[in-house]
Design a protein. Structure first.
Length: 149
């Protein structure tokens, strides 16, 4: 989906955000190894996986961090991200995760993701309180997206 087709909660394509890092090696409860919430393998190449609150950065949102040539794509979420503008960047090991730590960075949104696709995945997981909160928060954005058709 291109930027002109959807404008999530804030239509600005450039912003400063808090970023943290995570790794499949953390053994977080509910995590499923190297799989993202979207079901794909977590990526750490030219395109890298990232996690966020899908009501703020929907599934498939692609962005670049200022000064970094990699493209990050939102394909995951985490319970501590719900209700925040924080983006969690995937790192393949604990050393890289700890090296990243917590940073405020400038990002450029290349393409907004889909509230429809986010909603479809979240609807199957509403028994989890953080998923229910995120699902509820994305409903106004989903209605806006549907009304633009």
């Amino acid at each position: 989906m291109v930027l002109e087709n959807i404008r999530p909660w804030d239509s600005s394509t450039r912003r400063t955000v808090k970023t943290t890092a995570y790794s499949h090696m953390e053994n977080e409860p509910g995590a499923v190894g190297k799989k993202s919430a979207a079901g794909n393998t977590l990526r750490y190449g030219r395109v890298r996986s990232a996690a966020a609150d899908w009501s703020r950065y929907p599934l498939g949102t692609r962005f670049k961090i200022s000064g970094d040539w990699h493209i990050y794509e939102i394909d995951d979420y985490g319970s501590t991200l719900v209700g925040t503008n924080t983006i969690d960047l995937y790192k393949p090991n604990l050393r890289l995760m700890k090296e990243w730590g917590c940073r405020h960075v400038d990002i450029h949104i290349l393409e907004w993701g889909s509230f429809e696709e986010s909603n479809a995945i979240l609807e199957r997981r509403l028994k989890y309180p953080h998923v229910w909160r995120m699902h509820r928060a994305l409903q106004p954005q989903l209605r806006k997206q549907r009304s633009r058709r």
